[in-house]
Design a protein around this ligand. Structure first.
Ligand SMILES: NC(=O)c1ccc[n+]([C@@H]2O[C@H](COP(=O)([O-])OP(=O)(O)OC[C@H]3O[C@@H](n4cnc5c(N)ncnc54)[C@H](OP(=O)(O)O)[C@@H]3O)[C@@H](O)[C@H]2O)c1
Length: 342
């Protein structure tokens, strides 16, 4: 017997990946529902070899499902996740709305699976920010091996991190530049085609952006609050796949060869690190894949024990939909899902 699952935000970039990954991972689904806003009522969403008709969030009876994969933005989640959680199903939420709530576990199954038991307090589990997920998957085994003191990260984030509007904007501007001239920016603050934008989210008083703040807050919540972490988040004209240049300083020795071995054994990671012109991963290589890829592993000779890494993953998969479905799998494996119609 499988579960009754609702995907909220089923017409979005992440929601569609969730549908695909539920099938790819053979998650035990008995019945599945596609849910979005009223404007999407009746829109076709595919799951396995079936077409589902989308239903409206505010008309859907959540008491008939066991699990809700929520991917409809922070404002929708703030309003709806507590109501849905009270109606019975466990909510696995992709937005930033609940990530730092002390009564809501923030989970990457390779990093802190045991924290999941906390979910009963609100019946909500938070999925971290896409850039944080791939970072902590790479950092966790290194931290276990040599205790991380400090991390400096620069991100190269794909436009799909800003949803389907972000992807449309890169596509329209890229086409437009050769034909009619660039279309004006709408989703991003400046032209993204043939450009990079060192600003994601909103400015905070200290000059950092909330995207940057999320990365250290979430890393501290899941991995270790004593790790010093500083970040610059940059949007790049790539459709899918976030990359990160990561500098790590350790308390105890760990050289590049040791790190390669540790990372090769770690769950969720693929090391691709050959010293030839193509012996590393780009976002295009990672698109559609499940792994967090680590390449360009080098000793940093400017500190006693330090490394430089290049970390790439599909932001719509491990950065969002895959991690959410893995959380559902973790609940299933631990027998933590209560069925609406047992
Ligand atoms: N993209 C990423 O890399 C990524 C990574 C991690 C987390 N996330 C988070 O995942 C969430 C979704 O991201 P996305 O990239 O999939 O965005 P998206 O492509 O813009 O899709 C948004 C989805 O939310 C639905 N929605 C919007 N307002 C709604 C409402 N009032 N009621 C019901 N449904 C509503 C939309 O339905 P309609 O089509 O009916 O409007 C659509 O299905 C966001 O919270 C985002 O921060 C995204």
């Amino acid at each position: 017997m499988g579960y009754r699952v609702a995907v909220v935000g089923a017409t979005g970039s992440v929601g569609r990946e969730m549908m695909a990954i539920l099938e790819e991972l053979e998650f035990p689904v008995d019945e599945i529902f596609a849910v979005a806003s009223r404007k999407s009522i009746g829109v076709d969403v595919s799951y396995a070899n079936r077409i589902l008709k989308c239903e409206a969030l505010d008309q859907f009876d959540f008491s008939k499902v066991d699990i809700v994969l929520m991917s409809a933005g922070g404002a929708v989640s703030k309003e709806w996740s507590p109501k849905i959680g009270k109606a019975g199903p466990v909510v696995i939420d992709n937005s930033s709305a609940w990530r730092m709530d002390p009564d809501v576990p923030l989970i990457v199954p390779e990093v802190n699976p045991d924290a999941i038991t906390l979910f009963r307090r609100k019946n909500i589990i938070a999925n971290p920010n896409c850039s944080t997920i791939q970072l902590v998957v790479a950092l966790k085994p290194l931290h276990d091996a040599a205790r991380i003191k400090r991390v400096v990260v620069s991100t190269y984030q794909a436009v799909s991190g800003a949803g389907k509007e972000g992807m449309d904007e890169l596509w329209d501007q890229t086409k437009g530049i050769f034909v009619l001239g660039a279309t004006p920016p709408r989703k991003f603050p400046k032209q993204i085609a043939f450009n990079v934008i060192p600003f994601i989210g909103a400015f905070k008083d200290d000059g950092y952006t909330d995207e940057e703040t999320k990365m250290w807050n979430e890393t501290h919540k899941m991995l270790d609050p004593s790790i010093k972490l500083t970040v610059t988040c940059v949007r790049v004209p790539v459709m899918v796949g976030h990359s990160e240049a990561v500098n790590v300083e350790f308390e105890t020795p760990l050289d590049a060869d040791d790190a390669r071995e540790v990372l090769r054994e770690a769950p969720g990671i693929m090391v691709v690190d050959k010293h030839d012109e193509t012996g590393y991963i780009t976002p295009k290589d990672a698109q559609g894949e499940f792994a967090v890829y680590v390449s360009r592993i080098r000793n940093d000779p400017t500190v006693p024990y330090g490394l430089n890494l290049w970390v790439v993953s599909d932001n719509l998969r491990k950065g969002a939909a895959l991690n959410a479905v893995q959380i559902a799998q973790l609940l299933h494996e631990r027998g933590l899902i209560e069925k609406a119609h047992a």
